[in-house]
Each structure stands twice: as structure tokens, then as C-alpha cells.
Ligand binder design. Structure first.
Ligand code: FE2
Length: 437
């Protein structure tokens, strides 16, 4: 919407002040003895105090009340399919594919509409990830949500989300993503039936990947990441519910004021959005393929060099020019786990079955690749330069962890395609005594 303003840059130190209270942001002090306009100073730390400077993340809020003014948290019995229990099902190494997840038929908001599909690890040990889908049709009302477990990378597939945060408001449409980091409070307003994917990482934060020989420019450029500007709500004597996701469960605390009462803030720990159409694709190679890491938008690194807890990777519209090359994604087995979703359009390596709002999971060392019709077509196609993936946007959450599928993902959602494996069964034996086939 046109009334929204943003700051741009990734990992930058920002400051923002609601113009209705000029001078709310203190100069030269983070915690003056008395803040302007009677505001309270509060720090939100996204890293250990002693984290190295490059990784240190924190923001100072200047707000009408400190966040601590709330009643005790109590267990909240919504979002029954939100879980970090990875032992609900027997391990299943098979290729998995889901038809589009059903939108609700009764009123459901963003939090109640969270469903966990798969994951690994434990937020208590600050290691792991969870992959959720949200399926909702109703705006959150007088409630705010935050995860105490990890950063949330939100990928809308249907419906635009208006995300009110303590930092300001972001509007996020399909083909855009938002990242709301650990502990940041937000509320989601929807414009109708809404569906999307969420990658939650329990350790560290998302970063831009290093570019190496690519140089200073390319892939997702820092300037295209947008952060909201301060916009406070001065609302008193209202019932407001704060919902915390804590160790995989939801808890609610009541308070009598809006938590979106930040008049000014400064820091480098912020929510942000990014338009995937701004991704600078580097893949028009002479022959063969770069690995899909060339499409990494954001990465959450593990402690092992070059190994991610999770990468967010996209397959955007691009030019395909390789000579003497089978151009679709090659057949492969990967030590990483690959969860894919489709935001819009038709994915290049499958002729059907993998459709917007659905998903697939190819687990560690489980083989996969183009289906039989795609192989047949691509191995005979004329190799002129071709714009591919036009009007589509597939993405991948790729993790070094071996993920388990939840009971909801395997059974309850009733969207698992039991016949997925059949798409490869028609691959013929082409082996011949002739060298040129
Ligand atoms: Fe793959």
C-alpha cells in the first residue's frame, strides 16, 4: 500500500522515528535518565551480548510501555498441528509430494492456521529448523505473536499479508518474502484466504551468502531489502493477547495496551521484506549446470564452514543458454534435505503434480530429478537460448539436517501424493549398442 514507507539495506544500523513525535529518538545516549515524551527505553537482543561485532544484533526501542507489562503466560490451545515432535511418525526416506494444502472453511487466523510439515532439531538446544505452512482466512485481532524459538522466513503463496510489527508495518505479497526474527512481535492482517510457507531456524540468523568470485554485485542485493519505519499505536484499556511460541508450544499473556507502541527505534536487528523479482540471476553458463546454490537468496549458516542449517533458494525466470547440455535439473542424490514449494506457475522439471500451494520433500540421499515426460522433452529439445520459468517461482528450503515429517504432514492433511514415485517409473532403458542414440 502506498502509505507504507521503508528503510533499505541488509544488516545495516537503522534508526526510525514516528513523525508524530519528533525528537523521540535520543541522541548520544541509548538509555537517557528520562526519555523524551515519557517513553521507556528497551533493548531487544538478537545475539549474545558478546557476539563478534559482525554478528552482533540488537535494537533499542523507545516505547509507551515496556514489554514486561503483561499478565503471566498460560498455555494456549490453538494451532493443534504446530509441533516440534519429530517422532510422531516412523522415519520415511521416500520422495514426498503434497498437493496444495487446503485453505480453511471456518474462520482461522495466522497463528491458529500454523501447521508443521517437517523439521529437525530442538529450539531448547538452539539447533535445528521447522517448516510450517500457514492456512488462514481471518486477520489477527488484538493479538500479537512472536517466536521465542527462531527466526521466521515467511513465503506468501496466496493472499497479501499486512504485517504489523513493533518496528512498523510491512505489506508482503506473493513473490515477496518477509523475515521476522527471533522475539519480534507481529500481527498479521489478511485480505482473504491466505496460504504460504514458513521456514523457522532455531540458531543464528539469515544472512546474505558470500559472493566469492561473483564479486560485489549479484544474487540478492542488500539495497533491495526493506525494513519498516516506526509507526506507533497509542491504545489503552483494551484487551490484548501476546502469544509466544516457546519450545514448540504456544502460550498467551493478557495485557491492557497495544504492544505496537514503539515511537522510535534504532538498531541492526530488524524485520525485513524482499521482492524475489529483484534477484539478480547468475546462471547463463556456456555448458552444464551451476549447482542450485547459485540461486541462494538467504542462508542461515551452521557452525561448519559452508554448511547451512537452511538455505532459502529460488528458481526464478532466467535465460537458459547452455550448449550441448541436458538443461533441466540433473538427476541427483544430495546429503542435504530439500523441501520445495511453488509460489506460482509451473515448475520446469515436472509436468504436473507439483503445483502452487503444494510442496515436495527429497530427503538426504534420496534420489530425484526430472520426471519421464520432462526428460523426454528436454533430451530432444532444440538448444537455442530460451527464457525459462517465465511466470513461475519455485523455491527450496535446503537443510543439512535430516528432517522428519509430522503426523499432520504425513496423514492428517490428506495431501500426500501416494503415487509420486510413479513419475519416474516410465523412464525407459535407453542403453544401446549404438554410441549415438
Ligand atoms: Fe534436488
Amino acid at each position: 500500500m502506498s502509505d507504507l514507507k521503508y528503510l533499505s539495506g541488509f544488516g545495516s544500523e537503522f534508526s526510525s522515528e514516528d513523525p508524530r513525535r519528533p525528537g523521540a529518538l535520543p541522541e548520544g545516549r541509548n538509555t537517557p535518565q528520562r526519555c523524551a515524551y515519557g517513553l521507556y527505553a528497551e533493548q531487544l537482543s538478537g545475539s549474545a551480548f558478546t557476539a563478534p561485532r559482525n554478528d552482533n544484533r540488537r535494537t533499542w526501542f523507545y516505547r509507551i510501555r515496556p514489554s514486561v507489562v503483561h499478565k503471566p503466560f498460560k498455555r494456549l490451545d490453538v494451532a493443534k498441528h504446530l509441533t516440534h515432535n519429530w517422532d510422531e511418525q516412523e522415519p520415511d526416506p521416500n520422495q514426498s509430494r503434497w498437493l496444495p494444502f487446503d485453505l480453511p472453511t471456518t474462520p482461522v487466523d495466522f497463528v491458529s492456521g500454523l501447521h508443521t510439515v517437517c523439521g529437525a532439531g530442538d529450539p531448547r538446544a538452539r539447533n535445528g529448523l521447522a517448516i510450517h505452512v500457514y492456512l488462514c482466512n481471518k486477520s489477527m485481532e488484538r493479538s500479537a505473536f512472536y517466536s521465542s524459538d527462531g527466526d521466521l522466513l515467511i513465503v506468501p503463496q496466496q493472499g497479501t499479508l499486512r504485517i504489523t510489527t513493533e518496528f512498523g508495518i510491512m505489506e508482503v505479497a506473493p513473490n515477496e518474502i518477509a523475515v521476522v526474527q527471533l522475539g519480534m512481535r507481529f500481527a498479521v492482517t489478511v485480505d482473504g484466504p491466505s496460504r504460504g510457507y514458513i521456514l523457522e531456524v532455531f540458531d543464528g540468523h539469515f544472512k546474505l551468502p558470500d559472493l566469492g568470485p561473483i564479486g560485489a554485485n549479484g544474487l540478492a542485493n542488500p539495497r533491495d531489502f526493506l525494513t519498516p519505519v516506526a509507526k506507533y499505536h497509542d491504545e489503552d484499556n483494551i484487551d490484548f493477547t501476546i502469544i509466544s511460541k516457546y519450545q514448540g508450544a504456544l502460550f498467551a499473556a493478557q495485557q491492557r495496551h497495544s504492544p505496537f507502541d514503539v515511537v522510535a527505534w534504532h538498531g541492526n536487528y530488524v524485520p525485513y521484506k524482499y521482492n524475489l523479482a529483484n534477484f539478480m540471476v547468475i546462471n547463463s553458463v556456456s555448458f552444464d549446470h551451476c549447482d542450485p546454490s547459485i540461486f541462494t537468496v538467504l542462508t542461515c549458516p551452521s557452525t561448519k564452514p559452508g554448511v547451512a542449517i537452511a538455505d532459502f533458494v529460488i528458481f526464478p525466470p532466467r535465460w537458459s543458454v547452455q550448449e550441448d547440455t541436458f538443461r533441466p535439473p540433473y538427476y541427483h542424490r544430495n546429503c542435504m534435505s530439500e523441501f520445495m514449494g511453488l509460489i506460482l506457475g509451473a515448475y520446469e522439471a515436472k509436468e504436473g503434480g507439483f503445483v502452487p500451494g503444494g510442496a515436495s520433500l527429497h530427503s538426504a540421499m534420496t534420489p530425484h530429478g526430472p520426471d519421464a515426460p520432462s526428460f523426454r522433452a528436454a533430451s530432444r529439445a532444440e538448444l537455442s537460448p530460451q527464457k525459462i520459468a517465465v511466470g513461475t517461482q519455485a523455491f527450496m528450503f535446503e537443510s543439512s539436517l535430516s528432517m522428519a515429517i509430522t503426523k499432520w504432514g504425513a496423514e492428517t492433511c490428506k495431501k500426500l501424493d501416494a503415487k509420486y514415485h510413479e513419475c519416474w517409473q516410465a523412464l525407459p532403458k535407453l542403453f544401446s549398442d549404438k554410441i549415438n542414440v
